[in-house]
Design a protein around this ligand. Sequence first.
Ligand SMILES: [Zn+2]
Length: 83
Amino acid sequence: MAKKKRKDIGLGPRGGATLRKRYARVMSTVRATNKCPSCASPSVKRVSVGLWNCKKCGYRFAGGAYTPSTKLGEAAQRVRTQN
Ligand SMILES: [Zn+2]
């Protein structure tokens, strides 16, 4: 059986090279295990858009759509801790 090349891209030839590269970059952060803000172990997986779950401690939190934390979220966190 022939091996499929670039199986992680997902979009096939559609969208052109720029879109495919952008899609690949986004999906790599979505599929990667991210660091948990509660127990600091790298077991955080995306459940849904903006919803992240830690496999180790069960901590579930809202974050960015494709990354567990965003620049805007960090700014909001700073405001919250000030008051
Ligand atoms: Zn955790």
